[in-house]
Design a protein around this ligand. Sequence first.
Ligand code: FAD
Length: 461
Amino acid sequence: MNSGHEIDQRRARRLNLRQDQKGPVIYWMSRDQRFQHNWALLFACHKARLLQQPLEVVFTLAPSFLGAPLRHYDFMFKGLAEVERSLREAGIPMTVLFGEPGVTLPAYAEERRAGLVVSDFSPLTLVRQWKRNASASLSCAIYEVDAHNIVPCWLASPKQEYAARTIRPRLDALHRSFCTSFPQPEASCQPDSLNFCQPVKWDDLLDMLDIDRSVMPVSGITPGTAAAEKRLRLFLDKVLDRYADKRNDPNAEAVSGLSPYLHFGQLSAQHAAYEAARCEASRENREAFIEELFIRRELAENYCLYNDKYDTFDAIPEWAKATLMEHAADQRDYLYTPEELEAAKTHDPLWNAAQLSLLESGMMHGYMRMYWAKKILEWSPSPAAAFETALWLNDRYALDGRDPNGYAGVAWSIGGLHDRPWSERPVYGKIRYMNASGCARKFDVNRYIATMTSAQQPTFF
Ligand SMILES: Cc1cc2nc3c(=O)[nH]c(=O)nc-3n(C[C@H](O)[C@H](O)[C@H](O)COP(=O)(O)OP(=O)(O)OC[C@H]3O[C@@H](n4cnc5c(N)ncnc54)[C@H](O)[C@@H]3O)c2cc1C
């Protein structure tokens, strides 16, 4: 078993056929925005030591990213400022390049006469396109290291998996060798490397972006790795023991609230799983949490890696498409425009409360997310329109939006992804149904509505 002090070479793969050369090693940080517990940074440190070369970190900032508004950039930049401080303390400079990443990164590598580039992994199409462009123009080697998943996504499975039950045995078989502790990142050849690079002016960069500034930052969750670590500890010590029983009760404050940190890579899922497996909570609770954090999350990554239509209605399974199309013309009791939904102006106070929580706090409890998306299916003119509206709202307001989990979550709720056919009913066809009375059987709906419509929404615990 890997002790965690070596890097399992199966985590890395080459993206072009160039050789490692003499010259600085560049870690192109993208999705895994943290100093600690980051296999891509560790791999870059390892290469720099091996080749006796200095290491630097580059973050490429596109003028906009899949419609992300100010709320998301604010969270990300505050986290990145913390990463920059940690890197500086370790003698590693960080540079931000502004512009089209597939172009700015190779140009910078050329200018620095880089010996090799290390990137982290994302299954999202746009990021993969940047990488393809960069790999083709670089004159040095480029590697990709999966620092986001416990089991590297391409190793977990070579194809799109049907469901949790089909990916679970594969992930379980590899879990022991990959879910290790982490060594400390260390760069050993850093002669005056901080001299050529000024501290990043994060506020100036924020001003340069071409983004929607009407979706404001949220105050209920502190960005960055230190805050993520604190939240993880609090969750493991005080909350996890009610997770298995209460995680579907949005009033119970029984979930971790870690998804924004995981999404921006401010927290490592592997580190969280490693700590969870060793904490004092009961086995049942530890296992229930690891099922979500590991199996369900990595199933969503698998979906996006192998289904390049992942953010469209076209991606859903054939049986689901067929049943939804059969019911596309069914009478809808209510029809709302995307704007009415956005404004939380429906006849259903429970749905409105969930939408308000998304607008105000950038979060929505996982159980409510399913109800929320299924009602969008029920109240939209077509299943394809529902898919589009749900993703638009999720990605515009949820701090953890634009994530494989979100694409899979919407496709599960509206399109039966990773699910099976259920008994047939209007509009839904054979897609699994949810309604307000089902919610009322599970939790105190009035209490949830009162909390989410009060001025002071909870921040999960
Ligand atoms: C319509 C819909 C939209 C969603 N959109 C997103 C999204 O944009 N971003 C996002 O990260 N998750 C999304 N999810 C999945 C899930 O609801 C959230 O991950 C979870 O609510 C986050 O809260 P938490 O961190 O407190 O979860 P916890 O219950 O504490 O779980 C811990 C971690 O496990 C993972 N996880 C939990 N549930 C799931 C799941 N069903 N599928 C995959 N991974 C899971 C997440 O990384 C989560 O942070 C969506 C689900 C649905 C049904």
